[in-house]
Structure formats: structure tokens, C-alpha cells
Design a binder for this molecule. Structure first.
Ligand code: MN
Length: 202
């Protein structure tokens, strides 16, 4: 049994010009594919052979964790966007953002500022806790907040491979542009009814 290669929920040009077709081809087509191939090579004959992707991210260490979490994180990341433009958060999510950050613009500014401050490779997470309270988590490398029982709502990939082809070293420009392609319908649904990332095996 191997994890199947998942499909992107949109075509390779759907996020242009914010994320180019070329970036999708390399980032999704090469980087994510390599993490998945490595994961499938590493898990046979280990305690994680029959584990779900979620269990792997929560319980494994070393190479299995690094590759498994990178698969989880990227599936979550790429499924945060769509070809739609101009979506808005639900009333419920807007209220939670207001409670935690003041308003939507203040949230975006704070998210971008902390994401710019992630040193080296990593991820910038928006999470909710069991009470529904939102907070931001800066993460290095493959780190994933489900290991600490937070429920991710949104994430930005701040590894250079996520933006270098389109923005070179301009991480701040990439981050401020991302809001144009974020599908707030998806993010609002995650806030309302969190579901983890699932990946089929066959
Ligand atoms: Mn990436």
C-alpha cells in the first residue's frame, strides 16, 4: 500500500499571476512529488506502514516525519487557494479574526510580518484552539501544529521554492499578493468544521 499522488484542485494556470504556472510545475510537480516518493520509500516495515498521514505527522520523527509533514503541509497549502477572486470570510470567522487581531486588515499585516520573520525555511500557520480562538504559529522546516493539538485554518509556505521563481528574494511581496488567491470560503469552512488532511492509499 502506497500513498497515492493527489490531484491539484485547479489547473496549473489558475493562480496566475500571483503564483505562476512554472512555480506550480516545480513546487507541486517536483517538490511535493519528491516528498511523497520519499515517504512511500521510508514507511514499509516501520510502525507507520499502515498509518494515516495524520498519524505519521503526529507521531513520527526523523525522515518519516519530515517527508510526511511536508506532504500534509503542502496538501493543506495548495488547497487553500482557488481560481476564485474576491472571496470573503464568513461572519463566524470574521468575528474570530476581530477577537484575535482587531480586523481583517490587521490580521493580514500581522500574518505577513510574522511570516517575513520566519528565519530560513518554514511555514506560517493560522490555527484555532478547542475554544475556537485564533492564533499565529511560526514554524521551521516541516513543523506542523497538529502535533500540539491545534487545528490549522490557513498556512503560507515560506520556503524559498514557494516564491523564488516569481518573486526571487521578495518574500514580503509574495505574501501580500497571496491574499488575492486565498479562497476564504475554504478557510471559513475549516474554521466552522475542521477536518484534517487525508490522503488515500492503494
Ligand atoms: Mn513548499
Amino acid at each position: 500500500m502506497k500513498f497515492e499522488t493527489p490531484a491539484l484542485p485547479y489547473n496549473n494556470k489558475a493562480l496566475e499571476p500571483i503564483i505562476s504556472e512554472k512555480t506550480i510545475e516545480f513546487h507541486w510537480g517536483k517538490h511535493v512529488n519528491a516528498y511523497l516518493t520519499n515517504l512511500n520509500k521510508l514507511i514499509p516495515e516501520t510502525p507507520f506502514e499502515n498509518a494515516s498521514l495524520d498519524e505519521i505527522v503526529k507521531k513520527s520523527e526523523g525522515g518519516i516525519f519530515n517527508n510526511g509533514a511536508q506532504v500534509w503541509n503542502h496538501l493543506f497549502y495548495f488547497n487553500s487557494f482557488s481560481e476564485k477572486r474576491g472571496t470573503t470570510p464568513s461572519k463566524e470567522l470574521t468575528d474570530a479574526i476581530r477577537e484575535a487581531f482587531g480586523d481583517l486588515d490587521s490580521f493580514k499585516k500581522e500574518f505577513e510580518s510574522q511570516a517575513v520573520g520566519v528565519f530560513g525555511s518554514g511555514w506560517m500557520w493560522l490555527v484555532k484552539d478547542k475554544q475556537g480562538k485564533l492564533s499565529l504559529i511560526k514554524a521551521s522546516n516541516a513543523e506542523n501544529p497538529i502535533r500540539k493539538d491545534f487545528m490549522p485554518i490557513f498556512v503560507a509556505d515560506v520556503w524559498e521554492h514557494a516564491y523564488y521563481l516569481d518573486y526571487q528574494n521578495r518574500r514580503p511581496d509574495h505574501l501580500s499578493a497571496l491574499w488575492n488567491i486565498v479562497d476564504w470560503g475554504i478557510i471559513s469552512e475549516r474554521y466552522r468544521n475542521y477536518k484534517t488532511v487525508e490522503l488515500k492509499k492503494s
